[in-house]
Design a protein around this ligand. Sequence first.
Ligand code: AMP
Length: 474
Amino acid sequence: MSFNELGLSPHILRAVKELGYEQATPIQQQAIPAILAGQDVLGGAQTGTGKTAGFTLPMLHRLLANHGRGGRRQVRALILTPTRELAAQVGESIIKYANHLPFRTLIAYGGVSIKPNLEAIKLGVDILVATPGRLLDLLTQRALTLTELEVLVLDEADRMLDMGFITDIRRIMKALPEERQTLLFSATFSDEIKALADDLLKSPTLIEVSPSNSTAEQVNQRVIKVDRERKRELLSHMIGRGNWQRVLVFVRTKLIADRLAQQMVKDGLNTVAIHGDKTQGARNRALADFREGKVRVLVATDIAARGLDIDLLPHVINFELPQVAEDYIHRIGRTGRAGRGGEAISLVSLDELDQLKAIESLIGQSLPSEIQEGYEPSGKVTRQSLPSNKPIQNRDRGGHVNAKHNVKARANAAKEKPAARGKPAAKPKPKADGSKAAAPARQKERVGEDTGFAPMRRLPRAQRDGYQDNSNEE
Ligand code: AMP
C-alpha cells in the first residue's frame, strides 16, 4: 500500500518521500488509519517493523490538524521510551518525519545535564520524547506541565516494565489529562503489560505484526550447536571464512562482552564491546566506527544494543542465548530491518537447551540446528565459562583457519553485580538436567537511562541538545 492512500497531510508525505519510503509496512498500514481516527492503539510490534513511522506519521497529522489552537506552547505529544538510545533514535526519526511541519521537538533523557532541556522548554516544546526518569525530574522541578497533552505513546512498554519503570510510569500518568489518545507498543504481552494496557487504554484497537510474518521471516535464523568454550573460536572462524565485514554479537554480561572483544582482537578481528559500564564517549565512538566500517565486530549486551538502528547489518550472532526469551526477538530485530534480509545465528551449548526451547515456543517455530565440522559438541556441559583466551590466527583476509581443539574453558565466570535500581533479577531457571539452578539470574546492566547513548551521530546545529525548532515552517 502506498502512503498516498492513507490520507496523510502532503507535508508529511513529502518527508516520507524524501526518506525514500515507497510502501507502508504492515504495521503502518494498520496503525495509521486507526490513529488518524483518534483510536487508542495496543500495538504488538518490535523495532525493525517501521513502528516508529507507524505511530509518528498519524500523530503528526493530528497535531497539525489542531495546530495553532490554544495560547501558550505546551507539550502536545509525549513519547516515553525505556532507554536513552531509543529516545535518541525515536526522537531523530520524529524530527525527520516532521521536517516540513511547524513543530518543536525535544529529546530528553538522563545522564546528561538537564539545563539544555530547561532552556528548550522555555522556548516551547510541542513534541517531547523522554525517558521516564528525566521526565519525572522535569515534572518535579515544575519545568513542565502536561495538562495540554493530546497524544501519549509508550514505546517498548515491555522493556519499560522489565527495567522497573512501572512506578515512574504511574507517577507520570497522574500528570496527564484523562482526555487523550494513548498508543502502547510492546514486543510481548505479559500479564503485567495487559494490566497496564487495561489501565491506560480506552477500547483500544489491537494491532499485531507477529514476528512470524515480519522481522523473523526476513531473517534467516539458525542454530549451531557447539561447546561453550569453543564458541569464540568458531565465531572468529565463521567471520573469517564468510569474510563478514559487519557483525553484531550478543552476550549476556559486560564481563563476557569485554573478554570476548579482547579475544577477537587477538584473533585479528577489529572488535569493540559496548555495555552499560562504557562511557558515553566510548560508546558513541564504537558505534560510529562500526557504522563506518572501522570496527568489524561489535559485541554488545542486550540493554546496550537496545534501539540501535544500524543499516545493512547482515549478521547478528547470539554468542549466548538471552536469559529472557523475548530478548531473542529484540536481538534478531537488529538485522533484516524493513524488508532487508539478514542472518541470525545462535551458538548454542548444551547448557542452553532450555533457553532454546523457550525461544522456539515464543516464536512458534523450531529453529534449524546444525553442527560445524571441527566444532562438534563434546556432550559435556560446561557452564558460564568465559570465552577461551587462546588466540587463533588472523583471518581478516578471509583465509582458512585451523580449528584449535581442547582449549580449556575457564570455569565460574564472574557474575556481574545485580541491577542498582529496578526490580530484582529474575529467578534462575532450573538446569536442563533437572538439578538445582546454577545459571545466573538475568544479568542486568545498570538500569534505566544510564545505559544509553547520546544521539548517535553529530546532529545539525539546530538539533544539538536534542532540540529541533521547526516553528519557522509555520
Ligand atoms: P522502526 O521499526 O521504526 O525502528 O524502523 C526500522 C527502519 O525501517 C528504520 O530505519 C526506518 O527508517 C525504516 N522504515 C520505516 N518505515 C519504512 C518504510 N515504509 N519503507 C522503508 N523503510 C522504512
